[in-house]
Design a protein around this ligand. Structure first.
Ligand code: KG4
Ligand code: ZN
Length: 357
């Protein structure tokens, strides 16, 4: 076993459609970060199919665990604790990771640490980087979450606002589906957008009440739908549309993607500024801004966040590209803080579909 001063933690992540395992030393030094994505299994359905995801996790878990130990150059015996993302996510998928973590912890007599996946996204910016200076203003932008937090430490989060309908990543995925551009939509729309004209299609920025830190993305997605297909005739599943994505040229798709991306990112930046203003005037000025979740890989958001940091003269933490999307390094890294605080779980640790924060 390694010494307690530099704990070595094995992390496991299986909340959605990535089977991942990582070994992290001292909470920040990533020794390995193995991610087996299942995108090809779900692409033809245009979204993640929970039953397929959980079966694929079962097949991939042991090879991924072996690979991560091999890449890190450690044996399971050298690991000080086993951490697992146990919430939130698809329950059947979470159960696979939780069962694997419990089995390893029990059979090797190591502490078990359950980690909230959403909180861990806000730790990704500390991996292979300097320690984060708290309190921090945190923005999680993923396929399931769009939330602002005041982070007082790596583990203590106060929710400031969240989406009342679609998450921003979900809006990217739905817009890609409307454009019949592929799955997952985020990277595809990001790429198309870089060739398009963001001023070409007028799309709404839903900001809710003047002081609201909540988000709403369903209106933007519907505006794209109507722009592409025209207004529906009839309601619900029986609705028919005047046009389809097949009527669009490549340039049309690029322009729609660019206009959508500009609107989606504008809303994130306006809400981030609002949260900043509210915290600062309440004497809770953050010392750092941390962004996490799959959409933190977005090229426009990254540029705008860097500019925000320069404008406010504040440290902004964008995760390195390998730590933006779902991964286990963020699970193992965050678990360090529970490990040093002696906060362990027992074998009753449950998988849960929703976050506690
Ligand atoms: O954090 P994540 O891997 O999984 C969840 O916890 O949900 O985020 C996945 C989301 C997907 O909706 C995906 O389309 C989006 O992140 N995403 C992006 C980009 N790369 C991934 N969205 C915008 N731009 C990107 N470059
Ligand atoms: Zn995630």
């Amino acid at each position: 076993m390694s010494t307690v001063a530099v704990p070595l933690i094995l992390g496991i992540e299986s909340s959605c459609d990535e089977t991942a395992a990582a070994v992290v030393r001292s909470g920040r030094q990533v020794l390995s970060n193995v991610i087996a994505s299942q995108h090809e299994l779900h692409a033809k359905f245009g979204g993640v199919v929970p039953e397929i995801a959980s079966r694929a996790h079962i097949e991939r878990m042991l090879p991924v665990l072996n690979e991560t130990c091999e890449q890190a150059g450690v044996t399971l015996d050298e690991v000080d604790a086993v951490a697992v993302g146990n919430r939130p996510g698809l329950i059947g998928s979470l159960l696979v990771g939780v069962a694997a973590a419990k089995t390893l912890a029990w059979s090797m007599n190591k502490p078990l640490i359950g980690i909230d996946h959403v909180v861990s996204h806000l730790y990704a910016g500390a991996l292979d980087a300097e320690p984060i200076d708290y309190p921090a203003l945190g923005l999680v932008v993923s396929g399931g979450h769009t939330s602002l937090y005041l982070a007082r430490s790596p583990l203590e989060m106060k929710l400031l606002g969240h989406t009342i309908d679609d998450a921003v990543g979900e809006a990217y995925d739905k817009v890609a589906a409307i454009l019949e551009a592929g799955f997952p939509g985020g990277p595809i729309i990001d790429k198309l957008a870089q060739q398009g004209d963001a001023a070409s299609v007028k799309l709404p920025r839903t900001l809710l009440e003047a002081d609201s830190l909540d988000f709403s993305y369903s209106g933007l997605k519907t505006a794209v739908l109507y722009h592409v297909r025209g207004k529906p005739v009839g309601r619900g599943a029986a609705a028919t549309f005047e046009r389809s994505a097949a009527d669009l040229t490549d340039v049309d798709k690029q322009n729609i993607a660019a206009s959508f991306q500009a609107a989606a990112v504008d809303v994130l930046m306006i809400k981030l500024q609002r949260a900043w203003d509210q915290l600062t005037s309440a004497d809770e000025a953050p010392r750092c801004v941390i962004i996490g979740g799959g959409v933190s890989a977005n090229s426009l958001l990254r540029q705008r966040i860097i500019a925000f940091g320069e404008e406010h003269d504040i440290d902004v933490r964008l995760p390195k590209m390998g730590y933006c999307l779902d991964n286990a390094a963020m699970i193992a890294g965050l678990a360090h803080w529970r490990y040093v605080a002696g906060q362990f779980d027992d074998l009753e640790l449950a998988a849960a579909a929703s976050s506690r924060i």
